[in-house]
Unconditional design. Structure first.
Length: 254
């Protein structure tokens, strides 16, 4: 059993072959798909996905940092409305992204902190998006750290020191296609991180692993990540799949 802890299966890029793509993943041994939210424009698509694949997918709810704009309070209210209305597996993906836009940093920090607090109240994990913002992310986590703060640092691409710091806040590291890139860098130290802190992800349709880099990513390609980690850790494919799936269960509770 392999678990994809982060995949946007509702993406428009899968509209032509979603069922076939999910079946390919199942055939490859991927049986659990955790679905992050972005903003209100995708909510209906997420629920449609859940209705069509109810035994396979687990939905998160949250406001993605790149969707924090002038209307962020309305978007935040949308998240609050839904997490009070029904259960979700996590609050995500949330965080800070300074790659595309820096002018909303203060609002991103506010939204990140608010959603962390909601997750702690609900006693569910958070799934963090971080791009060009490790210091800013850690600053918020430092103020919110507690036994109720836990989750996944999605698509981890930082240094060994940043990995250790993320883990200190009860975060697992979400490892995907970047681990297979020649210039990904995390493969140079990943085996120094205890594998109990690692979960697998694709972030599909983005960040396809080698040899599919540059193409549309899909959940079946997670096997390339499993193979890479098996090499790095000196474990079998089956051991990596089993351990990382158990790690995902420890986070999400299912």
């Amino acid at each position: 059993m392999i678990t994809d802890t982060h995949t946007h299966l509702y993406s428009e890029q899968f509209d032509e072959d979603r069922a076939e793509m999910i079946q390919r993943a199942k055939d490859a041994g991927v049986t659990r798909f955790f679905i992050p939210a972005i903003d209100s424009s995708y909510t209906d698509s997420m629920f449609d996905l859940e209705n069509n694949f109810k035994d396979d997918v687990f939905l998160m709810m949250g406001l993605h940092p790149t969707s924090v704009k002038e209307n962020y309070k309305d978007e935040l209210a949308h998240v609050k409305e839904w997490i009070d209305k029904r259960d979700f597996i996590a609050i995500g993906e949330i965080g800070i992204d300074l790659y595309w836009e820096k002018s909303f940093l203060l609002q991103q920090q506010e939204v990140f902190r608010t959603q962390i607090q909601w997750a702690k109240q609900k006693k569910i994990p958070i799934v963090i998006h971080c791009r060009d913002a490790f210091d800013e992310i850690f600053e918020v986590l430092e103020t919110e750290k507690s036994d109720d703060l836990f989750g996944i640092f999605h698509c981890f691409t930082g240094t060994f020191e940043q990995a250790e710091k993320a883990i200190s806040y009860n975060m697992k590291l979400g490892i995907g296609g970047v681990a297979t890139f020649k210039n990904g860098k995390i493969d140079t130290f990943l085996n120094n991180i205890d594998i109990k802190h690692i979960v697998l992800e694709t972030d599909s349709p983005y960040l396809a692993p080698t040899p599919y880099r540059g193409k549309r990513n899909e959940s079946s390609y997670i096997t390339q990540v499993v193979e890479k980690l098996a090499t790095l850790y000196g474990l079998s494919f089956e051991e990596i799949a089993k351990i990382t799936t158990q790690n995902s269960k420890d986070v999400f509770g299912v």
